[in-house]
Design a protein around this ligand. Structure first.
Ligand code: ZN
Length: 338
């Protein structure tokens, strides 16, 4: 059992045991609790469901250091590293089981270690929360624009207000898969927002700061911190996902950055083949760059960019009083959105 009921104004660090390994060593999940001026609501923050996604780990560590519990209305429960085995092996998955923890929720009490981690995390942490933020990053070599990923599955659809509360320019709306944390928790009536920042393996201050801003916006939006969240008055909900792949092998040179707005035919970058010939990569649709490849060498078929087209884009208005900031993507994209 996690220790949730701590004294007002205190911080606590603990861990829970979830399994035992070959050599008798224990698999334990570390967690933090910060009890503010009130007990409720309970906000869950977690990172590293995928063991190599580090920016979120740092967001949680810094927030836990920085926040004064007496400024918080509610309780924060934070799990900086959920997939401890994958984190240890600096990989997306545990290297022995090679299973994606974010397809295993709500887990199995008597399952393999990945399923046990899912089970204990879901029952000990998720079920005790009123809402939460699940921090992710792009895979190795996939740099992602900070954004929330609102996922549907069958007749399940998330409440978008929780995603809006992060205050990002765009929200990616798409169909997810069975066993994902945000879908499983959402079906249990607990909104957990999937928040992508940057890329795996590397800590990057820009993306860590964007992550901290998003979490603080969320807390302000739902009254857990005083002050107004700083966010655009209008956010763009996008669902036109396009993965661009290399048509030849060579070295990829990107000509765009994440969050850039491109029109159909604009150059995204080029691949220089080993014979010196340049092959340009062009946008197939009016879109924004959600992610870009940061690993230079490519072979035919490797992904090089992840775009979100403005087809079927929707504008979401903020309903609460906020401190309004510009939405730079929307300013450039307005002409493409009907
Ligand atoms: Zn992830």
């Amino acid at each position: 059992m996690i220790k949730l009921d701590i004294e007002e104004g205190k911080k606590y660090r603990g861990k829970i045991k979830v399994a035992e390994l070959e050599d008798g060593s224990k698999v334990e999940i570390p967690y933090f609790v910060m009890r503010g001026r009130r007990k409720k609501p309970v906000l869950l923050l977690n990172a590293a469901l995928h063991g190599d996604e580090l920016n979120g780990v740092e967001v949680i560590m810094r927030l836990f250091e920085e926040l004064d519990p007496m400024q918080v209305d509610g309780t924060i429960v934070a799990v900086p590293v959920v997939n401890v085995l994958a984190f240890r092996s600096r990989d997306r998955f545990d290297v022995i089981e090679k299973r994606d923890l974010n397809r295993k929720f709500p887990g199995k009490k008597d399952g393999n270690v990945t399923e046990k981690i899912a089970y204990h995390f879901f029952n000990e942490f998720v079920k005790k929360a009123d809402f939460g933020i699940d921090l992710h990053a792009g895979m190795k070599g996939h740099l992602l624009l900070p954004h929330g990923r609102a996922r549907t599955l069958g007749d399940y659809a998330p409440k978008l207000e929780y995603y809006q509360a992060l205050g990002t320019d765009i929200i990616f709306y798409h169909e997810g898969e069975k066993g994902m944390l945000n879908i499983t928790a959402g079906k249990h009536g607990i909104p957990i927002v999937c928040f992508e920042i940057g890329e795996a393996d590397r800590l990057d201050d820009f993306y860590i700061n964007e992550g901290m801003k998003g979490v603080k916006n969320f807390m302000k939006y739902f009254g857990m911190l005083s002050g107004l969240p700083e966010m655009p008055a209008r956010q763009i909900l996008l669902q036109g996902y396009i993965e661009m792949r290399a048509s030849v092998g060579g070295m990829f040179y990107s000509k765009v950055r994440v969050g850039d707005v491109v029109k159909k035919g604009d150059v995204i970058g080029y691949i220089r083949k080993i014979n010196g010939k340049k092959v340009y990569v062009k946008a197939g649709k009016n879109s924004t760059v959600m992610g870009i490849r940061t690993l230079s060498a490519v072979r035919e078929g490797d992904p090089i960019a992840w775009m979100l087209s403005f087809e079927n884009a929707e504008i979401l208005e903020i309903k609460k009083k906020v401190k309004i900031r510009r939405n730079r993507i929307l300013e450039k994209a307005e002409r493409f959105i009907k």
